[in-house]
Ligand binder design. Structure first.
Ligand code: HEM
Length: 187
């Protein structure tokens, strides 16, 4: 993952748990404590080791740690230099979801080694919606749950997310059922 993501983990830990906690996590993960180069693509093993150490240090499951970070990432990514260049301002939560592939594609212009996720929003006949999440990576579905909650929160919504189909169970990709808990008029 690009250093931007690793710096997101670093900033999350320092903001919420302090520098000493970050040092402990780095020591456990065996990674250098320095800030990461935002525009450098690091091996995913670095990110995975940090998330593993973070979950152990904070006493969370890896899934919960990923979800917490996903929620945090929405605000953090938009506050970074590259995030500020990206128009995340679709009119509604659903527009923003539909725009995620275009957004990551634009990021790819400046981060050529980006290996972005792919999302498809499916309107079901009963009016509900399903989000299909494709990735070359494994294990990040809990982060997507956090990302979706974070994105919904920014749009003034609370969403219910059901993990209907899991790549971890051998499926080709993950599928989430999405329904709005608060009034859609607020979107
Ligand atoms: C301005 C906001 C955002 C920026 C700048 C951004 C940027 C990035 C970057 C740099 C990566 C690392 C990919 C790599 O290094 O190969 C990434 C990964 C990812 N992003 Fe975004 N992102 C943003 C918002 C979002 C949102 C709102 C979602 C979903 C709701 C999302 C979903 C993901 C996922 C799931 C990954 C992991 C890659 C994978 O699944 O293989 N991102 N993003």
């Amino acid at each position: 993952m690009y250093g931007l993501v690793n710096n997101g983990v670093r900033t999350y830990v320092i903001e919420n748990h302090g520098k000493a906690c970050w040092s402990a996590i780095c020591a456990k993960a065996g990674v250098d404590e320095q800030e990461f180069e935002t525009m450098t693509a690091y091996d995913d093993a670095v990110t995975n080791a940090m998330v593993g150490a973070l979950s152990e240090t904070l006493g969370l499951t890896v899934e919960t740690a990923l979800e917490v970070f996903g929620r945090y990432w929405v605000g953090f990514a938009q506050s970074t230099a590259i995030g500020k260049l990206i128009d995340m301002s679709g009119d509604t939560f659903w527009d923003r979801l539909r725009g995620l592939d275009d957004m990551h594609e634009r990021i790819q212009n400046t981060m050529p080694e980006l290996d972005p996720p792919g999302f498809d929003l499916e309107d079901m006949p009963d009016g509900s919606r399903r989000l299909h999440y494709h990735s070359s990576r494994n294990g990040l579905a809990p982060m997507v749950v956090g990302l979706l909650h974070g994105l919904a929160e920014e749009c003034g919504l609370e969403v219910r997310i059901d993990h209907l189909v899991a790549k971890a169970d051998g499926a080709d990709h993950d599928v989430f059922g999405l329904s709005v808990m608060t009034s859609e008029a607020a979107a």
